[in-house]
Design a protein around this ligand. Structure first.
Ligand code: ADP
Ligand code: MG
Length: 697
């Protein structure tokens, strides 16, 4: 068997493959395109395409595809084979530079929020050369962006690349102020920790709710949940371990740096964390990871659930987005340095993030809004919907000292000067991790913990990059013309902390006190997706996105519409699935159980009228009453599912779903879950929670 280094990246057309296979000049040109974002000539593209094709065919590939990320949440690919007729009844394998750099999928049915309907019917895909091509299922996959012909972004990669450029430009201005002339590039980095559930595939296939909605719509709590805390970091079961090994190997071959794996808090829940990388590549790799998690689970007789809340009453799954900024000289800009000047630069970047988070709580909240993720918030298992920043006591004290001390001047100067000995022990001391904080500084990066497990990290990082770019731009504007840099810098950091310190919270984010305290501080608390989404298109946010060239107002509106539609459709599908499950299987099961109980009573009476039938009668009475409630609630839900069609405007439809359909679904679920506990197991038509959660042995 191959060792890890031998297998790593074998399915990737990476730098070493390029160097080995491309003519020297072509290689150099392509490197320039990759590292500086320059345009790729068709001549060069032809040479690259040919080398790629030769390499891919040697690895068994027969097809190629432009691999892209439309607004559906999953990746899309349309496969074309390399074959081309040679005029003699046989074929040759061809792949041109044009086919490499640009594709025209007939992709008119992807969600576009009205963009293409209004402007252009067709879209095209364009290669992102900074993300390497790879082979998956005998297909050469070329990571691409997906745009309309007049340049409107129709996917998740395009705005991400734009936001990376925006933050790079502003961050470079800042590092220049500190005299770093050797830095040519600043790239945001991301490490996305991915949580997921594994259950037995046969059980999965018996649950229409899991198949259609990704989560259970019914299910009473099992006798044993996660209260014993015995699953977290526990020994990994043999079958799961085999799966994880297979997953790791497949990810490594694709160049994904899968690093750690462990059991999570809930039964059947696990986590995979990769080594961090440049944001667009991390986003591509996270999509690949999710895709492989699902397909490889199937091969092991399991189903992988990526939904944020597959089981009620059991912790859901998140995706921690670890984020920082890195220079091409290898410096992490959120790492406190070893010289006073590096520390000052670190503090400036740190305060830029704090300011950005405070000023754009709404956008960060929007970036994690979805029907699935709504279930995690407010359940003391994920950060609350109030956005705040955790810095830890030491760093907070340092910043407060800068702001508060009357002898600030000397004191800060002191801190700056002695920074070498004062600051460096902060990042080492990351043991006081606050797991309840939505946005935590963890020594040399920020960890955004609110995103849901099913999310693409693109949207989250578009927001992060853009809002921090804004802080950095404002800082650079202020400092570039400064006559007294040291003093102006100190004042800027001090004032920024003073103005935004309300966003810093190191306490328990799950406590009720925090909700009150946050209200006093004037922090936003947007509890649901429908409350949050309208903030996306507020005039000041439109201006922000336009200013940095991330979204035009039309693009922004289209995204807003897509998110709302997605929300409403998700709830509508859930409602229809519920109705179907109740009508087709739950009602018949209840009838059978009622009739078994009634039969028992009749039979017992026929033996002797003196026999005690109180258990049967009591049970039958309770089941009958619940069955009647279920019938009424079902009727209401059916009416609402029909009325849904009358709500055609996106926000109105989403609000209707939240306020009416969702509330009704909750009520129906409560009744059915109680029935589940009363109906005999062999009568109940679906695998129950204890079976699902403990199905993988
Ligand atoms: P945890 O205690 O949350 O498991 P780790 O330090 O192990 O934290 O890192 C978690 C994730 O953060 C990993 O995916 C890791 O690669 C990523 N990470 C570490 N440094 C950075 C960075 N500078 N930028 C982005 N992500 C990072
Ligand atoms: Mg984490």
């Amino acid at each position: 068997m191959n060792t890890l280094p031998e297998m790593f990246g074998t399915m990737v057309f990476n730098d070493s493959v390029m160097r080995a296979r491309l003519p020297r000049e072509t290689y150099k040109t392509l490197r320039r395109v990759i590292t500086s974002g320059h345009h790729l000539d068709l001549d060069v593209a032809n040479v690259v395409a040919n080398a790629m094709k030769e390499w891919a065919i040697e690895k068994g590939a027969t097809h190629f595809t432009h691999w892209f990320q439309p607004m559906t949440g999953v990746t899309a690919e349309k496969h074309d084979s390399f074959i081309s007729p040679d005029g003699n009844d046989s074929v040759i394998m061809e792949f041109s530079g044009k086919e490499l750099v640009k594709g025209e999928p007939d992709a008119s049915s992807f969600p576009n929020g009205g963009l293409r309907a209004t402007f252009e019917a067709r879209g095209y895909t364009a290669w992102d050369p900074s993300s390497y091509a790879f082979i998956k299922d005998n297909t050469l996959c070329i990571p691409t962006a997906f745009c309309s012909y007049n340049g409107y972004a129709l996917d998740k990669k395009t705005p991400l690349l734009r936001s990376m450029q925006a933050i790079e430009k502003q961050a470079l201005r800042i590092v220049r102020l500190f005299g770093n002339t050797d830095v040519q590039r600043v790239l945001p980095t991301v490490g996305a920790e991915q949580e997921y559930f594994l259950i037995d595939k046969e059980m999965y296939l018996k649950r229409p709710d899991l198949i259609y909605c990704g989560r259970t719509l019914f299910g009473a709590r099992p006798p044993k949940g996660q209260e014993m805390d015995d699953h977290y970091f526990g020994a990994i079961k043999a079958r799961v371990s085999e799966y994880m090994k297979d997953l790791d190997e497949n990810l490594w071959k694709l160049g994904v740096m899968a690093k750690t794996k462990h059991n999570e808090a809930a039964p059947a829940q696990h986590e995979l964390a990769p080594l961090f990388g440049t944001t667009n590549i991390a986003a591509d790799h996270n999509q690949l990871t999710m895709e492989l998690m699902k397909s490889i689970a199937g091969r092991h007789g399991m189903a992988c659930l990526l939904h944020e809340k597959p089981f009620e009453g059991v912790n859901g799954s998140g995706k921690h987005n670890n984020w920082s900024l890195s220079t091409d000289t290898g410096k992490n800009l959120l790492d406190p340095g070893s010289t006073p000047s590096q520390n000052a630069q670190f503090l400036l970047f740190l305060t830029a993030v704090i300011k950005a988070v405070d000023e754009h709580q709404d956008l960060l909240r929007v970036s994690v809004a979805s029907a699935g993720n709504d279930h995690r918030f407010g359940a003391n298992e994920a950060p609350p919907t109030i956005i705040s920043v955790f810095l830890g006591d030491e760093l907070t004290a340092l910043l407060e000292a800068m702001v508060n001390k009357e002898d600030y001047h000397d004191r800060t100067k002191n801190l700056m000067e002695i920074g070498a000995s004062f600051l460096p022990h902060i990042p080492q001391d990351t043991t006081d991790r606050n797991r309840t904080s939505p946005f935590a500084f963890t020594g040399n990066k920020f960890e955004f913990r609110s995103p849901g497990s099913a999310f693409s990290v693109s949207g989250i990082n578009v927001i992060l990059n853009t809002i921090v770019a804004e802080s950095l731009e404002q800082f650079a504007d202020k400092l570039e013309g400064s006559q007294n840099f040291r003093e102006d810098l100190n004042r800027l950091i001090r004032h920024t902390i003073r103005d935004h310190k309300r966003i810093i919270f190191n306490g328990n984010n799950y406590s009720d006190d925090w909700v009150e305290e946050a209200k006093r501080r004037g922090l936003l608390n947007l509890k649901t997706t429908v409350e949050a989404l309208p903030y996306y298109i507020k005039p000041e946010n439109q201006k922000l996105f336009e200013h940095f060239g991330i979204f035009t107002p039309d693009e922004l509106h289209s995204r807003y519409e897509i998110m709302l539609e997605n929300y409403a459709k998700t709830l509508h599908i859930e409602a229809l699935t519920m109705i179907d499950m109740v009508k087709k299987n739950i009602i018949p099961a209840v009838f059978k159980w009622e009739s078994a109980l009634a039969d028992t009573i009749i039979k017992k009476r026929s033996v002797s009228t003196l026999l005690d039938c109180s258990l049967e009668e009591g049970l039958l009475g309770r089941v009958s009453a619940l069955a009647a409630d279920m019938g009424r609630m079902l009727e209401t839900l059916e009416k609402m599912a029909l009325e849904y069609k009358n709500h055609t405007e996106a926000l109105d439809s989403a609000v209707f779903c939240r306020e009416n359909i969702f509330a009704c679904m909750q009520a129906l679920r409560k009744i059915v879950d109680e029935l589940e506990t009363l109906v005999g197991r062999e009568y109940w038509p679906y695998p129950v929670y204890s079976e699902l959660l403990y199905s993988v042995l």
